[in-house]
Design a protein around this ligand. Sequence first.
Ligand SMILES: *[C@@H]1O[C@H](CO)[C@@H](O)[C@H](O)[C@H]1NC(C)=O
Ligand SMILES: *[C@@H]1O[C@H](CO)[C@@H](O)[C@H](O)[C@H]1NC(C)=O
Length: 342
Amino acid sequence: MAPMGIRLSPLGVAVFCILGVGVIYHLYAGVISSRLAAFRQRRKVDLRELLAASVEAAVLGGKEVKRVREENGLKEKSKGKTREGAKELLTRGDLQSHRKMFNLLKNTFPDVTVYSEEQDNTVDKAASWSRDIPADILDKIEGGKFVPADSVTVWIDPLDATQEYTENLVKYVTTMVCVAIDGKPVIGVIHQPFTGFTAWAFVGHGGNVQSRSSYSLNPPNVIVSRSHAGQVKNYIRDAFGNGTTILPAGGAGYKVLSLLKMPPSDSIDLADIYIHITFIKKWDICAGAALLNALGGHMTTLKGEDINYSGDPLNKGGLVASVDVDHKALLERLPNWEPDKH
Ligand SMILES: *[C@@H]1O[C@H](CO)[C@@H](O)[C@H](O)[C@H]1NC(C)=O
Ligand SMILES: *[C@@H]1O[C@H](CO)[C@@H](O)[C@H](O)[C@H]1NC(C)=O
């Protein structure tokens, strides 16, 4: 059977197609080019904007943390236990802070990978960055530092030291944001909701924190996790002698701040080094790593390896952090220890 309809010569088919493409192009050119422009724009992020948005996220998350604590509405429940048997708690403070921080950053920078300690299905499309850049950031950091969005990983800790938060030991509580580029920590923000202080730094460009004028390794004051202080004691005495002062504290964010020069009003412990000998999550430590790197300090595994802040959220190698001491000499004094065998 012959097909029905008009028969076109090959030339006719070609002319018809060209006309068709032309018509479609004229109809949609505006739409296509604006989509392409938006796509190109989205693919890059200005790190000064990401820094300002990270500070805003940490501060707004901190407001939630403080409000829930003051209303006494924690409604804590257990998320299970860590490998070491410590209870992992989740409160309304963690959740409300997560919602603010995660949505603000994800809505403002949709092409960036954002990992948060908490998970939640409540999507708040309205949350976004105010676009205000604080005066001290404008003052110290130049704009226009663009990087490809897909090289960026953002780590959020909406409430560090949840255990201490439930015990009302609020000085240990922080909210944190870290920006890693190709796995390297580059921007760190640690905010203390109960003092209002926000530490921030952008590696190679500046920040608002400084190291103290001196640190000792003979022996050092070592800050360690409050929940495994017993286990770490022998390890530290082996390394630095029985006269070493061990400072048990809550929160990885707090422990990094204890290495720095802090406002005198901030009644923080003063430590020379920070050591952790069990597994720890990257949202707990990435912001601190960036702050220390910005000051010429170091945060490595117990074996001295750099930690890659992309991909897997778990750091299995333990932690040694210092700011103005010989980090290599420090590593040499540490006994052999395999965090995954404990
Ligand atoms: C971190 O790991 C990612 C993925 O494996 C890799 O592309 C990146 O180069 C690593 N970064 C560093 C600083 O080693
Ligand atoms: C340190 O204390 C441990 C246990 O209390 C003891 O076995 C060790 O000999 C002490 N080391 C020194 C150098 O005093």
